[in-house]
Design a protein around this ligand. Structure first.
Ligand SMILES: NC(=O)c1ccc[n+]([C@@H]2O[C@H](COP(=O)([O-])OP(=O)(O)OC[C@H]3O[C@@H](n4cnc5c(N)ncnc54)[C@H](O)[C@@H]3O)[C@@H](O)[C@H]2O)c1
Length: 249
């Protein structure tokens, strides 16, 4: 028996990195998975990979900053599968700039994807989850959403995800809709290749991590799976920190 048997899940940013790993894991655990991303070729590859392994997945072009794309994605879930149980708001971009180097345009761009994308996704799935008898929304924030980051706009966008999560949790708990945030530390994906690509960068990150490990996407996916599944039925509005101890210091 899978931990997500009978459930239908939408994962934004599911074409690569952590989102792709979560899509694979969710399918292995019995969920029907809708992978939304702007990377069509990579997204379709994950769809085929999951199908080859006997899972059920569909790729859909989804730009998380577009209300129309969100509506199409949720409509697909309801028309194909007749329900929607899980949303993982995982899509995100990084801007490695501090306050003074960040332009207004760059600020808008990162908030549009990292923050407004989570708002639009959450808002659009609520009616479908209500119709399905409840649901679980998992928002991927960051440790940069908990403590001051040197990447100002990125940290601010992830801080908004943290409080938006709690707002959704308190306003929709009575409908059986849960909402939690996940706060990864340094995870080995393309997003941080510039930060940990050099020996010096990797050592810096290892030095500041009590567990002395750089995590894989699977380390985060296992936490997301718990929050998506009914095993966490009494957990809402919470913050799951997966950072090797960085923010415990
Ligand atoms: N890698 C890390 O160390 C780390 C740490 C903390 C938080 N995070 C967060 O984890 C999440 C996943 O990142 P990752 O590490 O897998 O990075 P990644 O760059 O490998 O993957 C990000 C995915 O989001 C997609 N995406 C970007 N803009 C989009 C848009 N407008 N619409 C739809 N999809 C879009 C990309 O195409 C890509 O598939 C992000 O929200 C990121 O901010 C990452």
């Amino acid at each position: 028996m899978g931990r997500l048997d009978g459930k239908v899940a939408i994962l934004s940013g599911g074409a690569k990195g952590q989102g792709a790993e979560e899509a694979r894991l969710f399918a292995q655990e019995g969920a029907k998975v809708i992978i939304g991303d702007i990377l069509d070729r990579e997204g379709m590859q994950i769809e085929s990979e999951i199908a080859e392994q006997g899972g059920e997945a569909k790729f859909v072009h989804l730009d998380v900053s577009s209300e129309e794309d969100w509506s199409r994605t949720v409509d697909l879930s309801m028309s194909e599968y007749g329900r929607l149980d899980i949303l993982v708001n995982n899509a995100g971009i990084l801007l490695m700039k501090g306050l003074e180097e960040t332009s207004g345009q760059e600020w808008d761009n990162i908030q549009n994807i990292n923050s407004k994308g989570v708002f639009l996704g959450s808002k659009t799935v609520i009616p479908a989850m209500r119709e399905s008898g409840g649901g679980s929304i998992v928002n991927i924030s960051s440790i940069a959403g908990l403590i001051g980051s040197k990447f100002t706009a990125y940290g601010a966008s992830k801080g908004l995800v943290r409080t938006l999560t709690k707002s959704v949790a308190v306003n929709h708990g009575h409908e059986g809709i849960r909402c939690n945030s996940v706060h990864p530390g340094i995870i080995e994906t393309d997003m941080v290749s510039e930060m940990i690509g050099s020996q010096e960068g990797r050592e810096y990150q290892l030095n500041r991590t009590p567990l002395k490990v750089i995590a894989t996407s699977r380390d985060v996916a296992l936490g997301v799976l718990y929050l998506a599944s009914d095993e966490s039925r009494y957990v809402t509005g919470s913050e799951l920190v997966i950072d090797g101890g960085i923010t415990a210091q």
